[in-house]
Design a protein around this ligand. Structure first.
Ligand code: NAD
Ligand code: GLY
Length: 373
């Protein structure tokens, strides 16, 4: 048969969408039911728990036991050092080595037991090992229960900024046990709270008012307030992610404050001096400040936000250190929301009225940094 002459051809690949729906199960004392909940959804599986060295002594043995009782084949768990610096390429490399040593195959299930660091790292690793392993989130920090365990953003930090290497990869189930929060230090609870009130600031003034009235109870251990806040937060986030999983539009609203927070986190070196939620609190105050400067938001609303955080002991200005404003601006420009060199920020017309502002004037942002650091 003769070879035909060169021609341009287009062959279309039809890939039916793979369903990626999943449940976020929220309740008190759910850890004891985790094996059963996972088995009901995914069947009994070869499973590996990934956790950190602060969470392991608290919950690991119990989780291993309930998984075994529910019929899962539980391989030796992997414990990594606690802290933001674990969201790094060297730790991910180490983690993947431990997984290969356990002879993982495509049916192996990874279970993230811990905060946002463990969830982001495990999710990212699951998304690339053997081209994709199923993973489950069992978040044990308030921040992870209200935000990071839901929505499928995974990743690690790089020299080029926070969360700059990662994937969109959804867990198969999220199990949020409010009781696990009882051992969380107060500072970590406050950090997680910043991501709760964020939903009110973005889209629901009434929820902000609820937060304003109940935050102190929530921070001091009120289980009902915590459960309500986790349920509301997950419901807000689930609705947004269902509309815009890959952040083509609406999902960017969830980044309120983050375009200021991420450069601060990078600059402080992920050393624990500025927790993620603390950086987000500072960033949200800055976003409201900028909105006022641009004549978009009533100054009283910005003041209410700042007073709210101050009353709860959350920071409202960046930690005192030597900042290089050009570097902060460069880090902002590298943000994943920046397109074609233009700054995209989440601003607000008031509490509960956030919107996506494309093409914000960098000179105004620079002046804001100069005034606050
Ligand atoms: P973290 O994972 O570092 O946990 C905070 C600390 O609490 C750690 O020392 C941990 O060992 C400890 N800890 C966890 N559970 C505990 C418990 N029950 N009792 C006592 N100690 C406990 O931090 P985090 O605040 O959970 O998460 C922050 C990370 O989440 C950041 O890297 C941030 O970028 C990421 N994040 C991701 C998303 C997303 O959509 N993927 C969203 C928001 C934040
Ligand atoms: N935390 C922001 C998001 O998940 O989109």
């Amino acid at each position: 048969m003769a070879t035909p002459p060169i021609s341009t051809d287009v062959i279309h690949i039809d890939l039916p969408p793979v369903p990626r729906e999943y449940d976020i199960v929220i309740g008190h004392d759910l850890l004891g039911k985790a094996g059963e909940l996972i088995a009901r959804k995914l069947g009994p599986r070869r499973s590996i728990i990934i956790t950190d060295d602060k969470v392991a002594p608290l919950f690991l043995k119990r989780l291993e036991a309930v998984l075994t009782v529910a019929g899962h084949d539980v391989l030796p768990s992997i414990i990594i050092p606690a802290g933001e610096s674990a969201k790094s390429l060297p730790i991910m490399h180490e983690l993947s080595g431990h997984l290969f040593e356990r002879n993982i195959d495509r049916g192996t299930l990874l279970i993230a037991l811990g905060g946002g660091v463990i969830g982001d790292l495990t999710g990212f690793t699951a998304s690339i090992m053997l081209r994709g392993l199923d993973f489950v989130q069992i978040p044990t920090t308030l921040l992870a229960q209200v935000d990071s365990s839901v929505g499928g953003k995974t990743g690690i930090n790089s020299l080029y900024g926070k969360n700059t290497v990662g994937t969109f990869y959804q867990p198969r189930i999220v199990i949020a046990d409010i009781a696990t929060l009882d051992s969380l230090p107060a500072r970590e609870i406050a950090s997680g709270y910043a991501e709760i009130v964020k939903y009110g600031l973005i889209q629901d003034r009434a929820f902000f008012d609820w937060c304003d009235q109940h935050a102190t109870q929530l921070l001091h251990g009120d289980a009902a307030a915590r459960a309500y806040a986790v349920q509301k937060s997950c419901a807000y986030k689930a609705a947004i992610v269902a509309q815009d999983e890959r952040e083509a539009g609406t999902r960017a609203l969830l980044n309120l404050g983050h375009t200021f927070a991420h450069p601060l986190e990078s600059t402080t070196g992920y050393d624990g001096s500025l927790l993620h939620g603390e950086a987000v609190a500072v960033g949200m105050v800055m976003a409201f400040d900028l909105s006022v400067r641009m004549g978009l938001c009533p100054p009283e609303d910005a003041q209410t936000v700042q007073t709210h955080f101050t009353n709860l002991g959350l920071p409202v200005t960046p930690p005192v250190m030597d900042y290089n404003i050009s570097e902060l601006m460069a880090l902002m420009a590298q943000d994943k929301k920046a397109r074609d060199g233009k700054l995209t920020l989440i601003l607000a017309k008031g509490i509960g009225q956030a919107f996506i502002a494309n093409d914000v004037d960098p000179a105004t942002v620079r002046r804001l940094w100069e005034d606050v650091v």
